[in-house]
Design a protein. Structure first.
Length: 185
């Protein structure tokens, strides 16, 4: 049951991200995407690492292999911190000099955004990323990670254990049924 909750939750999150992307709701799409990366990185973490280290490790291992993403794990983490905590591109990391991510989306060309960044001498401050690319790279990374987990019984057991903690929903009908069974006893 716990793995079903995990897959149901991620299906909903991925559908919501896609909905937001298709409707030009950039900020909600990114907040959900960064939250999903956080969650999967927690799932993959086998130690009690701090969440930032887990996030950057998962991004490095499962997302940055794709050449469409030209930023670093640190830059993605800085973007995540800014968006999730303040809905801005600013985080303590960007204030210390980590480049901010500039997003293109829809039919916009990431290459054109990169040309603009270069032309205004902001290459040391901004890195372009296309929303569709980062979403697709996350999906692929997650699929690759789940395949990797399934290949090893120890990893699979650890995965199943963490899935037990995943959010679950219960219908009101099931709640009423449980309450009626409890009141009979």
């Amino acid at each position: 049951m716990s793995q079903q909750n995990f897959y149901a939750n991620y299906l909903q999150v991925l559908q919501a991200i896609t909905h937001c992307e298709e409707n030009n709701l950039l900020t909600p799409a990114l907040v959900m995407l960064y939250s999903a990366i956080d969650s999967v990185s927690w799932l993959a973490c086998t130690t009690t690492k701090e969440s930032g280290k887990a996030f950057k490790a998962w991004v490095t291992d499962w997302m940055l292999k794709d050449p469409r993403i030209q930023c670093t794990a640190e830059e993605l983490y800085a973007a995540r911190c800014g968006l999730v905590h303040t809905l801005t591109p600013i985080s303590s990391l960007t204030q210390r000099g980590i480049r901010k991510i500039a997003y293109s989306w829809g039919t916009a060309s990431n290459q054109r955004l990169e040309e603009l960044i270069d032309s205004v001498s902001a290459a040391n401050e901004l890195v372009p990323v296309h929303l569709s690319d980062i979403i697709e790279v996350f999906r692929t990374g997650m699929a690759d990670y789940l395949e990797y987990v399934a290949e090893d019984p120890q990893r699979l057991d650890a995965f199943k254990e963490k899935c037990r903690e995943h959010f679950a929903t219960v219908s009101m009908g099931r709640v009423d049924e449980a309450l009626s069974l409890l009141s009979v006893q």
